[in-house]
Design a protein around this ligand. Structure first.
Ligand code: FE2
Length: 427
């Protein structure tokens, strides 16, 4: 018995297929599927895609913009200071409310898996308590992965390390870190070793804020690759941001990238926030705030794009739209060929899923029935238009849908028309 049958959709590889869903699984994908179904939905001309996935977010801070004040300088450091004020006045209930409101947005945008860092610095660990509750509440429709994140440094505060352990004991999923924010380079290096060892012992993944700075000498990614290789943790470790790599010496990078590839460390640049925050100490020319995306991809390193921040102490904008993230990443990394643009779409869907260890996401028979139907004909068109979401299905359940909403335009000298910005190349 088929519960939901999607007819005539275009898959991300261009094939036109029917997709049958039974329970929480994709029962079949074929050119023509017949038979009784609980609901048949015509998706002709629309794209049926795996859901969006965000591998880097801060849900304890989201939707707090303006509380207790805005970030006047726009810098990372003022953002961290501002968050330091906010986290001590935020209650568990208030954090849960903000996070759930964000998850509503995410669900409506087809963003069905999110890895969020949660600050473990304050001894009260209210953020951890709140996000564990949110993870439980959204479980039916969003995969929420929590990272124990010592925002103020593992060793810079007296209880920094203890609190990471306490958070992991409470059930946080992933080990985080921030080596470039420790007091010294040496402390940063030690923190990477320490945290990777903790993760290995507990059988957990690692995702560190790593070298989120314009300082070309910030080289903690080197240690992260070394420890990943030493501990045999390839495929379970990610370095987030890696912006210092933008400014590193080219010769050094020619040695570094093969080490990252060999170790199996993934990279998670965050184009919106990186372009907003990096280079703030430069006059002109002003550096771009993004790591070396194309160069890492060419080396076979797995790279995904994250969103990082929405309406919080670091970023005054954001809407849970991973197509915005891909759009910005594509521009700043100068990935303008057809293959590169299509890759950017993968980097906010399937590549991010792989980084998070979610291996049952995809439009294939037997995989989880989680998908998004976009008003686009291709991956590139989806990015160009930041395409409208027409239908979102999570674990076999329709959780969001909307009808086509064309704009009716009347112009002098032109016949009235319903504008459709989709583009078909002329023969
Ligand atoms: Fe972050």
């Amino acid at each position: 018995m088929i519960d939901i049958l999607l007819k005539g959709g275009t898959l991300t590889d261009g094939r036109v297929m029917d997709v049958a869903i039974t329970g929480d699984r994709i029962a079949d994908v074929a050119p023509r599927i017949e038979g009784a179904a609980g609901e048949v939905i015509d998706v002709t001309g629309l794209m049926v895609s795996p859901p969006f996935v965000d591998p880097h977010f801060h849900m304890d801070a989201t939707l707090s913009y303006g509380v207790p004040r805005i970030n006047a300088s726009g810098t990372l450091l003022e953002g961290i200071a501002l968050w330091g004020e906010l986290r001590d006045i935020a209650t568990v209930d208030e954090m849960v409310d903000r996070a759930l409101a964000y998850c509503d947005w995410a669900a409506s945008m087809g963003l069905l898996a999110i890895r969020t860092h949660v600050d473990t610095t304050p001894d009260h660990l209210r953020g951890v308590e709140a996000l564990i509750e949110v993870r439980r509440r959204v479980k039916p429709y969003i995969d929420l992965q929590l990272v124990a994140f010592p925002q103020d440094g593992l060793y810079r505060t007296k209880t920094g390390r203890d609190n990471v352990i306490r958070a992991l004991d409470m059930g946080v999923d992933v080990v985080g870190g921030i080596p470039h924010f420790e007091r010294t380079m040496e402390d940063g290096r030690r923190s990477v070793t320490d945290l990777c060892q903790i993760a290995e012992t507990r059988g957990l993944m690692v995702d560190m804020h790593c070298d989120e700075t314009d300082d070309p000498m910030s080289r903690h990614i080197e240690q992260l690759a070394f420890e990943t290789h030493r501990l045999g943790m390839g495929g379970r470790v990610a370095g987030s941001h890696l912006t210092s790599m933008h400014s590193m010496d080219n010769y050094y990078v020619s040695k570094l990238l093969p080490l990252i590839a060999e170790a199996g460390v993934a990279a998670i640049p965050n184009p919106l926030i990186n372009i907003m925050i990096q280079g703030r100490h430069d006059t002109f020319p002003k550096r771009r705030g993004l790591t070396r995306v194309k160069e890492m991809l060419a080396m076979g390193i797995r790279v995904g794009f994250g969103q990082d921040c929405v309406l919080d102490p670091w970023h005054p904008l954001g809407s849970a739209d991973m197509l915005d993230v891909a759009f910005m990443g594509l521009h700043v990394a100068q990935m303008g060929s057809p293959a590169e643009m299509a890759r950017c779409f993968d980097m906010v869907t399937t590549e991010n899923a792989a980084i998070m260890g979610l291996h049952d996401i995809g439009i294939e028979k037997g995989k989880r029935a989680s998908l998004v139907v976009l008003d686009a004909g291709s991956k590139v068109e989806a990015i160009r238009l930041r395409a409208e979401r027409r239908l979102v299905i999570s674990n076999g359940r329709i959780i969001a849908r909307r009808a086509a909403s064309p704009m009716n335009v009347s112009l002098p000298g032109r016949d009235p028309v319903a504008v459709n910005r989709r583009f078909a190349a002329r023969p």
